[in-house]
Design a protein around this ligand. Structure first.
Ligand SMILES: C[S@@+](CC[C@H](N)C(=O)[O-])C[C@H]1O[C@@H](n2cnc3c(N)ncnc32)[C@H](O)[C@@H]1O
Length: 238
């Protein structure tokens, strides 16, 4: 995952100048038949269309008081599905822009019959701003966000001070924010930004041990065998 997306050439210079800086570049991904079928059949059931209207999360999941966890950038959704399956008492909202990933997670929702997971296919910044009520989240997962290695691309990194402030406003007191990355320099960047946010406190001295609920991805397993590191950073909302 410490692989930089190089799709900038897909965006016209004018468009780049006009639009706000985003943490992703939309690429045309190929869909498998199974992903397409899942999109056709399950998106109407488990997808929440983007609209600038605050969601009532209890009615979205049809139950009151269950912990609500938001995941940003779930990729192909393998960890998301495993976590939702292992924590049936929690409700999960996964946000991702990449269509094959959305299809992949919908397919897993169907196979595993997960009722505690909903998907929003849209920019997570706008979802947070316009769809998530203040102080409504019990947890936030951001696993392997695009590291945007090059210095001139650092402004595209999802984790920025203003974004963290936005997240804090949506988190309940005591809620957790869990970021994992395999890029050491991004880990240091994240740790530094989270430490500077007065509404957050670190749950560890610096990096946290990997909690059991975050599954080891195939990619991560391979990396560990090659001696590569993964850093978990877990802060709590005061
Ligand atoms: C490197 S991938 C990691 C995927 C997954 N979390 C994993 O661990 O395999 C980062 C993902 O974040 C998504 N992403 C980046 N910025 C986003 C945003 N602002 N809103 C929604 N998704 C975003 C990208 O589309 C990409 O799929």
């Amino acid at each position: 995952m410490a692989q930089e997306m190089t799709g900038n050439e897909n965006i016209g210079k004018e468009e780049l100048a006009r639009r706000p800086i985003r943490s992703f570049v939309l690429r045309q991904g190929r869909l498998t038949h199974a992903q397409q079928r899942a999109l056709d059949e399950l998106m109407p059931v488990f997808g929440v269309p983007y609209a600038p209207v605050i969601l009532d999360l209890d009615s979205l999941f049809g139950r009151e008081g269950s912990p609500k966890v938001l995941e940003i950038g779930f990729g192909m959704g393998d960890s998301t599905a495993k976590i939702a399956q292992s924590q049936p008492e929690c409700d999960f909202i996964g946000v991702e822009v990449h269509t094959p990933g959305v299809g992949s997670l919908l397919k897993q929702i169907g196979e595993l019959q997960l009722n505690n997971l909903r998907i929003i296919q849209h920019d997570a910044v706008e979802v947070l701003q316009h769809m998530i009520a203040d102080a409504s989240l019990d947890g936030v997962h951001i696993f392997f966000p695009d590291p945007w290695h090059k210095k001139r691309h650092h402004k595209r990194r999802l984790i920025q001070a203003a974004f963290v402030k936005l997240l804090c406003s949506k988190m309940k007191a005591g809620a957790y924010l869990h970021v994992a990355t395999d890029w050491q320099e991004y880990a240091e960047w994240v740790l530094d930004i989270l430490q500077q946010e007065p509404l957050l406190e670190n749950t560890a001295q610096s990096y946290a041990p990997k909690p059991d609920y975050r599954p080891l991805t195939k990619f991560e397993n391979r990396g560990i065998k090659l001696g590569h590191g993964v850093w978990d950073i877990i802060f709590r909302r005061k």
